[in-house]
Ligand binder design. Structure first.
Ligand code: F6R
Length: 608
């Protein structure tokens, strides 16, 4: 959701600001803008659409200020056009903002009655107007900032630059993340450390309720009452990665093919391959003494959690409550300090997941975080952090983060089982051995199924609706398959528990509706095949994703059968994720959609 950067530099900054925005483009990409100030001139360039439109604009109309702020937008208030793009300018004040100002409409009415004229439809513009008003009343910049921060409510990260104070950027955080980067004779500001990684690895994270006055020599951090607060300076682990697709057409494709490598990396953090045992890193929570586990997350991360529920309950006999974070946070669920809670988030910044975490923390629960970004807010506010080690995921549709989340949850479930005495040493060795085999099997499967996925995607691209069915851990996979297809190809898709078919969705089945059935040859196989019979009897076309044993056992006619190797139940969800990812990917490529940056989506959802 929107990315912010700022540089207080000593040479022109526009190019570097755009470079940093490229690393934040995953947060939003419907418009972008940059403003700089130098020698009494504050100017801006903004452009609708992707960042390259802004780059083109800057090529023809460069900016040469040495202090600047910039923004990539994911629209909340107001359509994505140039007028609504940030930075917003009001009388020598420039503002970029990520989040939502909840009382903007009341402030806007009030300021309009006083004579202010608003240009955009955004909530952000009230910040610029309030700042201009307070400065006009004679307040110094810091006092005006504090007064503005105490007037607005909501979740925000923002940066303010002033034409008359051209050596300073002011920033504030109340919700979405914001990091200050320390350079030599230069200072930086960014929505995350990755944006700043080419400039510096020395980072200070602002916490909620912090604001900062940043100059070339350093930053003063204050609370919203103006008291100076100290925040630690740390070395960021976000390396200066190259935004590079390698030999792939899209980041999503690259990330799908990276899975064997990153999963192996993730697993080696949690299990000992030498003796096939679960390692100490899988024991950050005292699973032995907890009465139950609450899991919460959003979107794909939630679906990973749903697979995790099956594993924790089956292997560790640990009851799991799971809910999407936007519901969890408001359910007023009675919680006991004897419970533990697990939050799953690639970005570690998702607003609803973070709010659910804080709710559990207030209730005294021990908090674990399964995150990709180790320095994220969710990680920092947790008692135990379980990194998924997937590396930066740029494609907006999650792929490698999902399977790494699964690998980590499988390891944690086994760690919990070991701690609770529900796993024999023999079973532990056996299951860890299966986990260890996973990267090799994934590589084989990716090569094996690629041509079939490509040709099948031509058929799928002609469809208006697609149904996915599965049982057991294949049920969350069915939902993930549907989510992946709809978010990048815009084809309507639904994922159902196969047993639910006859309770409603069967009414949709006809010869135009492909039904993708995910069914490894496991203890649910016969039941799922019965549901397939029901589909076939009504003329439905079946795409059957199964394994060698399943393909041999089912005699039903299908539109296509995708046959994977036979694998143990504990790794099946990761292996069976590959065809559903590739099917969605190739369908989207075939349809010519924007695979890496699908419409209306953003990677890090820092608003409710
Ligand atoms: C879908 C997808 C989203 C995210 C969700 C949570 O492909 O990526 O559904 O899973 O927005 O994001 P994180 O994991 O960053 O909390």
């Amino acid at each position: 959701m929107c990315g912010i950067v700022g540089i207080v530099g000593s040479k022109p900054v526009a190019g570097r600001l755009v470079d940093a925005l490229k690393r934040l483009e995953y947060r939003g990409y419907d418009s972008a803008g940059v403003a700089t100030v130098y020698d009494g001139v504050m100017d801006r360039r903004r452009a609708e659409g992707k960042l390259f439109n802004l780059e083109k604009r800057l090529d023809s109309e460069p900016l040469d200020g040495t202090v600047g702020i910039a923004h990539t937008r994911w629209a909340t208030h107001g359509v994505p056009n140039e007028t609504n793009a940030h930075p917003h300018f009001v009388e020598g004040v420039a503002v970029v903002h990520n989040g939502i100002i909840e009382n903007f409409s009341e402030i806007r009415d009030h300021l309009t009655a006083e004579g202010s004229v608003f240009e955009s439809q955004t909530d952000t513009e009230v910040i610029a107007h309030l700042m201009a008003k307070y400065l006009g009343e004679g307040l110094q910049p810091q006092a005006a900032l504090l007064k503005m921060l105490n007037r607005v409510t909501g979740a925000f990260a923002l940066a303010v630059m002033l034409k008359d104070h051209p050596n300073t950027i002011m920033a504030a955080r109340s919700g979405p993340p914001l990091a200050i980067g320390h350079g030599k004779g230069e200072m930086f500001l960014g929505s995350d450390a990755i944006a700043l990684s080419p400039f510096t690895s020395e980072i200070t994270y602002l916490v909620d309720g912090d604001c900062a006055i940043i100059s070339r020599d350093g930053a003063t951090i204050l609370d919203f009452s103006g008291n100076v607060v100290k925040r630690p300076r740390q070395i960021s682990q976000a390396t200066a990665y190259v935004v590079d697709k390698g030999n792939h057409r899209h980041f999503m494709e690259k990330e799908i093919y990276e899975q064997p490598e990153v999963i192996s990396h993730a697993l080696s953090h949690y299990v000992n391959f030498a003796d096939n045992t679960v390692g100490a890193n899988a024991a950050g929570i005292d699973f032995k003494s907890v009465s139950s586990l609450a899991i919460s997350a959003c979107g794909t991360a939630y679906l990973a959690g749903l697979v995790g529920k099956y594993w924790f309950e089956r292997y560790a006999r640990l009851p799991v409550e799971i809910d999407v974070a936007s519901e969890f946070r408001y359910r007023e669920m009675p919680l006991q300090p004897t419970q533990a809670a697990l939050f799953i988030s690639q970005s570690g910044e998702t607003a609803d997941t973070l709010a659910s975490l804080r709710y559990c923390k207030e209730n005294g629960l021990k908090i674990g975080a399964v995150v990709n970004v180790r320095e994220s807010t969710i990680a920092r506010e947790s008692d135990a952090v379980f990194p998924i080690m997937a590396g930066p995921e740029i494609g907006v549709a999650s792929t490698k983060a999902f399977t790494c989340q699964l690998a980590v949850l499988a390891s944690l479930a086994l760690g919990a089982a070991k701690a609770r005495g529900t796993l024999t040493a023999k079973d532990e060795k056996e299951l860890v051995k299966h986990l260890a085999e996973m990267p090799r099997i994934m590589s084989r499967v990716l090569n094996l199924i690629q041509p079939q996925m490509e040709s099948l995607s031509r058929e799928l691209s002609k469809c208006r609706d697609v149904l996915y069915l599965g049982r057991g851990t294949s049920f969350p996979l069915a939902m993930e398959g549907a989510l992946k297809l709809k978010e990048i190809s815009y084809i309507h898709a639904e994922g159902y528990a196969a047993g639910e078919l006859k309770h409603g969705p069967i009414a949709l089945i006809d010869e135009n509706m492909p039904v993708i059935v995910i069914a490894p040859y496991d203890r649910f196989f016969d039941k799922t095949v019965s549901n397939m019979q029901e589909v076939a009897a009504r003329g439905g076309r079946i795409i059957f994703i199964t394994d060698e044993a399943g393909a041999g056992a089912s005699k039903l006619p299908t539109m296509a059968t995708i046959t994977l190797p036979n694998v143990d139940e504990i790794i099946a969800p990761m292996i069976f994720s590959l065809p559903i990812q590739l099917l969605a990917y190739h369908t989207a490529v075939f349809m010519g959609t924007d695979v890496d940056q699908p419409r209306n989506l953003a990677k890090s959802v820092t608003v409710e």
